[in-house]
Design a protein around this ligand. Sequence first.
Ligand SMILES: CC/C=C\C/C=C\C/C=C\C/C=C\C=C\C(=O)SCCNC(=O)CCNC(=O)[C@H](O)C(C)(C)COP(=O)(O)OP(=O)(O)OC[C@H]1O[C@@H](n2cnc3c(N)ncnc32)[C@H](O)[C@@H]1OP(=O)(O)O
Ligand SMILES: Cc1cc2nc3c(=O)[nH]c(=O)nc-3n(C[C@H](O)[C@H](O)[C@H](O)COP(=O)(O)OP(=O)(O)OC[C@H]3O[C@@H](n4cnc5c(N)ncnc54)[C@H](O)[C@@H]3O)c2cc1C
Length: 627
Amino acid sequence: MDEQKVLSIKGLLDDTPEEYLSHKEKYENSIRKSVLFYKTLHSTEDENMSVDEKTKLNFRNIVTSAIFKDNSPFMLHNSMFIPTIMGQGTDEQREYWMKRAKNMEIIGTYAQTELGHGTFIRGLETQATYDPDTEEFVLHSPVLSSYKWWPGGLAHTANYCIVMARLYIKGKSHGIHPFMVQIRDEETHMPLPGIKLGEIGAKLGFNTVNNGFLGFENHRISRDRMLMKNAQVLKDGTFVAGSNSKLTYGTMVYVRVLIVSNMANMLAKAVTIALRYSAIRRQSQPKPDEPEPQILDYVTQQHKLFIAIASSHAFYMNAMWLWEIYYSVSLQLASGKLDNLPELHALACCLKPLSTIDATAMIEKCRLACGGHGYMLSANLAQTYGLATAAYTYEGENTVLLLQAARSLVKAWVGHVKGRPLKGTMAYLAGDSTVKAWDGSIDGIIQSFKVVAIRKISSVVKILQDYEKSGLSPEDAWNKASVFLTAASEAHGRAVLLSVYKSEMDKRAAVLSPPLRKVLLQLVDLYVTYWALEKVGDMLLYASITDKDVDELQRRYIELLAAIRPNAVGLVDAFDFRDEILNSTLGAYDGRAYERLMEEAMKSPLNAEPVNQTFHKYLKPFMRGKL
Ligand SMILES: CC/C=C\C/C=C\C/C=C\C/C=C\C=C\C(=O)SCCNC(=O)CCNC(=O)[C@H](O)C(C)(C)COP(=O)(O)OP(=O)(O)OC[C@H]1O[C@@H](n2cnc3c(N)ncnc32)[C@H](O)[C@@H]1OP(=O)(O)O
Ligand SMILES: Cc1cc2nc3c(=O)[nH]c(=O)nc-3n(C[C@H](O)[C@H](O)[C@H](O)COP(=O)(O)OP(=O)(O)OC[C@H]3O[C@@H](n4cnc5c(N)ncnc54)[C@H](O)[C@@H]3O)c2cc1C
């Protein structure tokens, strides 16, 4: 592929930094780039291309897809619209809609959340009433709170939409089901009759995803537009329920798993930027007769950043492990075997919250570690934070998901006490809940995290039971204990994150070169030791650690920082982000941060002229006392 084609990637990037565009221009620019990106991404290999050209084409596709997947108006098309067709459509529906969706003949989104409900899916108010006379569903938004609100791409981009609506047949509600709805004319792109569409306005981030609102006024769709893999409505209006009503929620489980891997990626980008900058930035003079040191040599800076490298690895390993479980459960669901769905749901309800909580906090720490220049939008740390922190809320708000996980943990524990066997990732709950003596080994610390989880789960169950014995209803007892329920879920999630990271690395260690094995296992040690110190209260309470052990842990932690320091830049370079993807004045591979900061500054529209017109219009008369 000639250099010109590679430059087309640069054509995808902006001459005018996005920060200086209006809200409307940002969206329009993002559509331009997304269309170019899809054309680039889907430019096919022709048979007479050399191997080298095919390799370069594939590489270019990887680069372009990495640049645009996070903030594009097409985001929901790929991440939810297509997966829902795959997961909720019949074979015939999949056959028809997948072809159109994959070819980008249609652009879709996923509309579940409403102005009045996001978490509580069973409270959704959009109505889909079946009319057997015409064999149609009538979609209607009865009140303002029933308007769909938030779906990405919904405002001006998508012309089709999966609508999660409450199904009514002969006045009876049959719960929430997915409906394929055309919302705009395929030629004119005008909203169809009975459909109100618009954009929800500027947000903390995601400002080119085109999140919108959607209201229906008795809009009719044919019966075959209900995605009927999991439940059906026959022509005469007979409702055929699925094997499990929660199969309708399958897309959410899929995306929650996707988010764990995405947090690994987000955090890797942020720590690449912050660590590279820390390698070139020199500041202060602790030793009078020596030059200013790299700020990366300050141990406090290493403490801020190295855990982010290890956490990105940990999220990636856990995500790959979780994907394997997701695929095997999906195959089981396809054959009607549902009994492993609850565990997958509980795992996703732990790992999605913990990965987004940690990634959000650590990305912000990466920004703070870059001082004033980290505060520049051209550093691309604030925007990365904005993207990551959204994941705390979407796809299941974190508190709510941790409470969902607690639901499964409480049921598992109560069953265990009654003699029911525990299985899968909860099997350890049957283990010994007392730590004989603190074992400062990595495996010993991970075992201590499991003991903490066992003790927190068992104690919160006791609290629930005491509340109920005191006369509280199960619901009130649950609410009253909910702070400790989320803490128990977090403890379980920590134990899973740590043990999976360690075991997945151990599996891979055998095939690594000795130097690489040493560095990667140092990161595992750092991760486990960091969290033991972060959770030292739990360790003291449940894991019989002594103050002497804590002192030893602290010393070991500092030694690990020193051991990792020589490889720190190499570890972030190994994430292998191109400058175009990092899109950061501070994180570029060549380390020319100051020159790039100045180059970006000169792109500010204000720098187009030495004197702004407000001097003559306002300032001068003001300063002359003439205003
Ligand atoms: C920059 C980033 C770039 C890319 C990132 C990658 C992808 C991003 C893609 C998209 C992001 C952008 C857009 C975001 C889209 C959205 O946000 S879509 C909307 C998402 N909404 C939600 O997730 C709603 C969350 N709420 C719920 O899931 C549920 O309402 C609930 C919280 C679980 C509570 O529901 P309910 O009250 O009905 O449930 P319970 O009574 O508590 O439990 C009932 C039983 O059902 C089981 N259950 C619940 N949910 C599921 C599920 N999903 N799967 C399987 N089973 C489920 C639950 O365990 C109970 O079982 P029981 O204990 O046996 O009774
Ligand atoms: C950037 C972004 C993109 C999005 N994209 C889409 C999209 O494409 N499609 C779509 O359908 N939706 C989308 N959403 C909406 C998202 O799914 C919802 O915001 C999310 O499910 C949370 O619901 P909510 O906003 O109603 O918050 P609420 O549920 O109202 O949460 C508010 C507070 O109430 C608490 N709370 C709620 N219920 C409980 C409970 N049972 N127990 C304890 N505390 C509780 C929460 O913990 C939280 O603190 C998007 C959201 C964002 C931020």
